[in-house]
Design a protein around this ligand. Structure first.
Ligand SMILES: Nc1ncnc2c1ncn2[C@@H]1O[C@H](COP(=O)(O)OP(=O)(O)OP(=O)(O)O)[C@@H](O)[C@H]1O
Ligand SMILES: O=P(O)(O)OC[C@H]1O[C@H](OP(=O)(O)OP(=O)(O)O)[C@H](O)[C@@H]1O
Ligand SMILES: O=C(O)c1cccnc1
Ligand SMILES: [Mg+2]
Length: 555
């Protein structure tokens, strides 16, 4: 994923020098059929037919009833830099079938997205099935050529942001969430996107250092089991000395730790002999390296008999030298039980050793955590302050793809409809606007699609909202607030809005989710959010459907 500082940048708002884009995102990052179609459009004189395409999804992911829209900034950067390089053109000359005319390649070489207009919902907003999140207008050839790249930029970004937002909802706002997934992500690019969009969705940070640098996301982490297992005994410690934080007087951290370990074994009712000396050595050495940020993995051998004992011994030793440890990570076993055990241990030590700050030590848990694990841990009761989540988060294991599609809905002012046996797959023809209607208490009630030619719904006025395909399903809504969901984000070769920073998009996610009633957000059997069409659009769709559906003959 792209770049650098999350940008405040864009067209007239964008300093092009700074508009770095992920090198992978370029016009050839597409399906071959877009380019073969482009040639055929060009040959048949349809290049400049004015087209409108809708980008939308048909079902929400993760058995949920909402989706967070993300990836818009990357789409706009793609439009801004859309240009086939000389080597792209050379490659296409070699790759397209023989007989493709030279003039076509010359045409492609000069093609940009300057004649395209892109409308979109704000990035970070909750979105719903069949309401276009992006609408692209312009000459058929270029608007068609954008399809695959726009889809790849929106699909995973939105899926990831939605997944992260769901983890945030089940974890609650006080628990920290860290993304640890790079090693398990779908390749390096997937890993960077995962880090970026999990932050958008409400995570607090990532272990992915490049993502931290590129997107200005907080980077955080602990250490691996390898650090613990790299030591087998205290004899391996090359240094044991640490300066006191305030006096500067050098102390022997190991001596302090060994002394405390003896006393602690009694208090915690464990035997020193059963604990690992290698683990103690590893923790001492890590504490010497990071006396102000000491955080240790306690499950390498045995959390109760070894990890907690050694951690508390080293934390008390650090305390003697003026430092406060940060906490522990547990990466296996029963995380509910072990986190409670750890908290009780810290409370006991806080009291017995007169170190009240021990009560505040952070307990991080990791190990194949997913939404259901967090829900189950919440039910059982746990004392975890922070979850480190990798595999399930970044691979979106529960649903690995969002099915956004990109469909032609109008050409040269004429509506187009794609019919299907499956009613859900019939497209909504014509150039449309989308409005979100709100109730007096500020909740989103319904999204309403209308033809662009229709006047917008008005506050306090009754609007007939119809199910797009089921005739009998309709309702009157009197909105207290009406929001036009689209803004023009790209026109005349420029980004036309001040783009939000990543932080602002993250904030938008929070605010937008708050407008959704809780029953739409619950994990089990959430209530579907209503998406409707105006009476006018309903009749338009159904007339067109009848015009286009062939009449069968029974014999
Ligand atoms: N209290 C709990 N309730 C529900 N799920 C839990 C609880 N504690 C841990 N889990 C989850 O159960 C799974 C345990 O994984 P697994 O069976 O691999 O055990 P493990 O503790 O990792 O074993 P090992 O010690 O061999 O590494 C993980 O997905 C973890 O997130
Ligand atoms: O479990 P995830 O949600 O993917 O979180 C990331 C995992 O990556 C690390 O170890 P790794 O899994 O590589 O090895 P380990 O399980 O043997 O510790 C870490 O200890 C977590 O277990
Ligand atoms: O910092 C950590 O604890 C971490 C980072 C990546 C994967 N697992 C754990
Ligand atoms: Mg693991």
């Amino acid at each position: 994923m792209s770049q650098l500082q999350s940008s405040n940048s864009g067209g007239q708002f964008m300093d092009r020098g700074r508009m770095n884009q992920n090198g992978v995102v370029q016009p050839l990052l597409t399906d071959l059929y877009q380019i073969t179609m482009a040639y055929a459009y060009w040959k048949s004189g349809k290049t400049d037919d004015q087209s409108v395409f809708d980008l939308f999804f048909r079902t929400n992911p993760f058995h949920g009833e909402f989706t967070i829209f993300a990836g818009l900034e990357e789409c706009l950067k793609f439009l801004d830099s859309f240009h086939y390089s000389d080597s792209d053109i050379d490659y296409l000359r070699q790759t397209l079938p023989e007989g493709v005319e030279n003039d076509f390649f010359e045409y492609l070489a000069s093609l940009t997205a300057k004649d395209v207009t892109l409308y979109a919902i704000d990035e970070g907003t909750v979105a719903f099935p069949r309401v276009p999140i992006i609408k692209v207008e312009g000459p058929l050839i270029i608007v068609q050529l954008l399809e695959t790249t726009l889809l790849t930029l929106v699909n995973y970004a939105s899926l990831m942001a939605t997944n992260a937002a769901r983890y945030r909802m089940v974890a609650g706002k006080h628990v920290k969430l860290l993304e640890f997934g790079l090693r398990r992500a779908q390749g390096p690019d997937g890993g960077l996107s995962a880090s970026k969009y999990s932050y958008t969705g409400g995570f607090d940070g990532t272990s992915n250092v490049l993502a931290g640098k590129l997107f200005n996301i907080p980077v955080k982490g602990t250490h691996a089991h390898a650090y613990i297992t790299s030591f087998s005994g205290i004899g391996e410690l090359k240094t044991r000395l640490l300066r006191h934080k305030t006096t500067g007087i050098t102390g022997d951290l190991l001596d302090h730790a060994v002394r405390h370990r003896q006393a602690l074994a009694h208090v915690l009712d464990v035997s020193q002999e059963e604990s690992s000396e290698g683990e103690l050595a590893a923790m001492v050495s890590y504490a010497i390296a990071f006396p102000d940020g000491f955080m240790a993995l306690v499950d390498t051998y045995d959390v109760k008999r070894s990890g907690l004992l050694n951690f508390c011994a080293v934390a008390l030793a650090l305390n003697d030298l003026g430092y406060h440890a940060v906490g522990i990570r547990i990466d296996s076993g029963d995380l509910a039980y072990l986190s409670c055990l750890a908290r009780e241990t810290f409370e006991k030590v806080a009291e017995r050793f007169k170190v009240p700050w021990f009560n505040k030590l952070t307990i991080v848990a990791s190990n194949d955590i997913n939404e259901d694990t967090i829900l189950s841990l919440n039910e059982q009761g746990h004392k975890i302050d922070c979850f480190g989540i990798g595999t399930h988060l970044v691979t979106c294991q529960r649903q690995p793809a969002l099915g956004c599609v990109y469909k032609l809905v109008e050409i040269n002012g004429q509506p187009r409809i794609k019919l299907s046996q499956d009613v859900e797959k019939v497209t909504m023809p014509g150039n449309k606007n989308a409005y979100r209607l709100y109730s007096a208490d500020g909740h989103a009630l319904i999204d309403l699609l209308q033809k662009v030619s229709e006047p917008p719904p008005s506050v306090g006025q009754k609007v007939l909202c119809r199910h797009p395909f089921q005739e009998s399903k309709r309702a009157y809504v009197i909105p207290s607030h009406v929001e036009l969901l689209y803004k023009v984000y790209w026109k005349d070769g420029k980004i036309t809005q001040q783009l939000p920073t990543l932080e602002q998009v993250r904030e938008k996610v929070k605010i937008s989710l708050k407008t959704l009633r809780n029953d739409h957000k619950r994990t089990l059997n959430p209530t579907p959010y209503k998406v409707a069409v105006s009476d006018n659009l309903y009749n338009f769709i159904h007339d067109l459907w009848l015009q286009n559906a062939p009449i069968g003959e029974l014999s």
